[in-house]
Design a protein around this ligand. Structure first.
Ligand code: HEC
Length: 155
């Protein structure tokens, strides 16, 4: 009798262990991949980081400029890269510049300068989507003229 109850207890424990293992595995596989750290890392992206990635040597801006010099992007692949770079500028400007507080200069000036900059970046991205080489050149030129004004006030 005692043997039986011990076996039943063992059986119950084993069943419980299997069930919880199955539930645990099911639960962990239904969860999304471990990306919880991504927002924390992304929020450390600073204006300085932005400038390096977008306007620094070999940055997105100079890559776009290079792509439209001469006869322009050679094929669909080159156009795709151009569009990707231009839209990334729009996305990052919104994520980094529009949410940043300048260490130097006042907030109203920053807001207006970033707003102007975002308009040009958006026009550039639209021109890239439309594959308009001349329009892209125009907007790239406008971006290049915005550096000094903002740096004087905020860098
Ligand atoms: C809307 C304002 C604004 C515009 C427009 C702007 N910048 Fe900047 N830039 C800044 C600020 C602010 C800093 C200083 C960031 C810091 O050090 O915290 C900076 C820093 C830089 C840096 C130094 C990055 C580093 O820390 O090593 C480079 C390079 C740079 N900008 C290039 C450019 C170029 C090229 C343009 C124009 C095509 C441009 N920026 C347009 C605001 C701007």
């Amino acid at each position: 009798m005692q043997n039986w109850s011990l076996r039943s207890i063992a059986h119950v424990i084993a069943t419980f262990a299997i069930a919880t293992t199955v539930l645990f595995v099911a639960d962990s596989t239904s969860r999304s991949p471990p990306v919880a750290a991504a927002p924390a890392v992304a929020s450390t992206l600073s204006v300085s980081d932005y400038m390096l990635v977008v306007h620094g040597p070999k940055g997105l801006h100079s890559q776009i400029k290079e792509a439209v010099t001469g006869s322009g992007p050679a094929d669909d692949k080159a156009w795709k890269a151009l569009k990707a770079r231009a839209t990334t500028i729009v996305y990052l400007a919104d994520l980094v510049l529009a949410r940043a507080k300048p260490e130097k200069g006042d907030a109203a000036s920053w807001k207006s300068k970033v707003g102007e900059y975002q308009k040009v970046a958006l026009a550039l991205a639209k021109a890239a989507v439309a594959k308009g080489s001349e329009d892209i050149k125009t907007e790239v030129g406008k971006l290049s003229k915005m550096c000094e004004g903002c740096h004087k006030a905020h860098k």
